[in-house]
Design a protein around this ligand. Structure first.
Ligand code: AMP
Ligand code: ZN
Ligand code: FE
Ligand code: FE
Length: 290
């Protein structure tokens, strides 16, 4: 078993979003918030980009925390949206960069299409979204939700996701995303550790079939995010079995989005042993230590 690296410190929350994607706070503010909730090891995992790492890392280290660079890569299996967390990969890796550029680029046109669809029935246009969005951000439905809130059409992001932004309402449009096998390979080839985020949410996405998960493991998958508020209890039990069978890493995280979601920093955490395994396995970039 790997031992913790020098400077490595306690309670870990390895899934956090800033306003580089759809969180509501700057990368530094996210680090201050998780620190205030007792977290001492933190990973910034914005969707499809790594641009918040420097700011978050500086803030984390100044607060005496260990910082683990990460990302939540959008993927798709059949009709399912699959999120693959990547940790400690080389941010300069060409293949991974090209893929994240493509996803982020396609997300913009997709968001415009959703807004056009909504605009047929509600008083909303693209300018409303631009007004609510950090122009550098990875654009997603949460930014459209913020525009709907500003227009007084919904009260909060949750109401938007339960209503207008839900695929059943007919305004939804998909965006380009790679197959999960490609996502796992890209992260792994960039020296990173691939961990499936919230693999067993109830309802819409459910779990990928076990034989397909086994193909992901053969392709280099490092682990599962098991302790996450959206995973079902039965699903967590199943994932723990698969993880034990294949000696995979298991993580627990909050998926904090600032005020954009009810998830609180540190509501789920990852054990020291699992953080040490993650650090031992990731070779694309080093964690930052206080
Ligand atoms: P998108 O990737 O554009 O389809 O949007 C999905 C993102 O919206 C995910 O990152 C979720 O974290 C976020 N999200 C999903 N449901 C909610 C919700 N009820 N409230 C706020 N954000 C949500
Ligand atoms: Zn998000
Ligand atoms: Fe996610
Ligand atoms: Fe997330």
């Amino acid at each position: 078993m790997a031992t913790p690296s020098a400077g490595f410190t306690g309670p870990a929350d390895l899934h956090l979003h800033s306003h580089q994607s759809d969180g509501t706070e700057s990368p530094a503010e996210v680090m201050r918030q998780v620190h205030a909730h007792g977290i001492r090891t933190a990973a910034l995992t914005d969707h499809d980009r790594s641009t918040g790492w420097a700011e978050a890392g500086d803030a984390a280290v100044a607060l005496g925390m260990t910082f683990i660079p990460g990302m939540e890569l959008s993927a798709k299996h059949e009709w399912r949206s699959v999120h693959v967390l990547g940790y400690l990969f080389d941010p300069e890796n060409e293949a991974l960069r090209a893929e994240t550029d493509r996803i982020r680029g396609d997300r913009i046109g997709r968001a415009e299409r959703i807004v056009r669809n909504i605009g047929r029935d509600y008083d909303l246009d693209w300018e409303d979204v631009v007004a609510q969005t950090n122009l550098d951000a990875t654009v997603g439905r949460p930014h459209i939700a913020d525009a709907l809130i500003a227009r007084g059409i919904v009260r909060d992001r949750t109401e938007a996701f339960d209503g207008i932004l839900h695929p059943r309402e007919g305004y939804y449009e998909p965006h380009y995303a790679p197959d999960p096998l490609t996502a796992v390979r890209l992260i792994t080839q960039a020296g990173g550790v691939a961990v499936i985020a919230h693999p067993v949410t109830s309802g819409r996405d459910r779990m990928m079939p076990v034989p397909f998960i086994e193909r992901l493991i053969a392709a280099g998958l490092g682990g599962f995010e098991i302790d996450h508020r959206e995973n079902t209890e039965a699903g967590k039990r199943k994932l723990r079995e698969i993880a034990a069978e294949h000696d995979l890493i298991i993580t627990g995280s909050s998926d904090y989005h600032g005020s954009g979601k009810p998830n609180r920093p540190g509501e789920n955490t990852t054990s020291d042993e699992m953080v040490a395994r993650l650090i031992a396995r990731g070779t694309g970039i080093s964690p930052r230590y206080p």
